[in-house]
Design a protein around this ligand. Sequence first.
Ligand SMILES: Cc1ncc(COP(=O)(O)O)c(C=O)c1O
Length: 410
Amino acid sequence: MPMFDFAPLLTPGLPPPAAKWNGFAKYNFIGGHNDADQVPVEALVKAANDVLKREGKDLATYGLASGPLGYRPLREFLAQKLKRSAGIACSADEILITSGSLQALDLVNGIFLARGDTVIIEQATYQGALTRLARLGVQAVGIPLDGEGMRMDALSAALDDLKRRGVRPKYIYTIPTVQNPTGTILSEARRHELLRLAETHGVPIFEDDCYSDLIWDGKRPPALHAMSKNGGVIHIGSFSKSIAPALRVGYIVAEWNLLARMLALKTDAGSGALEQMVLGEFCAAHFDAHVPRLTRGLRAKLETLMDALNEQFGTAAEFDDPKGGIFLWVKLPDQVDTLKLFPPALAAGVAINPGPEWSTDKAYGKSRTRLCFANASHEAIRAGIATLAEVCRAEFGVPNRIANVERARA
Ligand SMILES: Cc1ncc(COP(=O)(O)O)c(C=O)c1O
């Protein structure tokens, strides 16, 4: 049967088509997947059962009985949790529940950005933020990080430079609390400085705090949103990292005037109600006990990953111990190009995120890779890193000692 040709009808400027999914790699170090053994399945089942029995009839209306901002008990849980953990004083009416924090990124971008705009962003950052900016035709000015997060000297210089050129950036996007991919936490002193610089230059801050529950020692500075004196911070977060990414529940904290502009762009008539109801029910009773358990398990997996890298790569793999989260940002020797390492590694069953896709500066990212340690088992982490070392040596001649045994190049 002749196939209908849709191609000439497609709207111009579409992004490239998505790749077909062929299952996860045997050794899966990509994406932001979580630890399957740590999903609180039994408690979620009970929460679903309880909330549906009690409030299931509310599913008859769009937005439940809570209106377009999302399920009210979940927003109320968030308001008190954000106050307690991040110092944010907001009411449930200043929180918009979104379909993952990716939708939060889209909504914030949607109300601020037009082609040709400029934003400031960390030099190593979330790929999903970079691809969105590229698609929107927005220039991303990257600010280098060190062990304390975004460098304020570099930010100050970039803001001055833009001002000289008559450019007012639309926002400063930062992941200050367990940064993706570097795992750093922006110190409180730097938070003050960031807020001061942003205020001086009249630029809002876009704070993405989706990893902030996953800190090894549980200690975090207050959110930028909490510290701001002029209200110029939009804060987003997610349940993807603290509970489960497949639920697709995130949120935006902002004043009503901004949420009202975002709601006008939120075209899905409400994010999935069942997920919100189950989370609202689960979190009120179990969030505080669940998160430290999850974090302990993640820390153990990180230890396994760092041990495996030390054993298999020796000094050829450099990394700083992250403050929390699910990623390790690894620097391999300069001759390694992680974009070129990716295909043979995948063919050998190891999926890695190449550094250039997580950076505004492709040269900086070239020999770096981001490894997610949350999803693979301890055994898979060890076997996957051993395989990665073999592939890397075959392709780039490093590491030349594997498991402390000298190898000739293949
Ligand atoms: C920094 C950052 N922001 C946002 C997201 C989006 O997450 P989700 O849409 O699952 O909430 C991610 C996912 O990995 C992320 O790393």
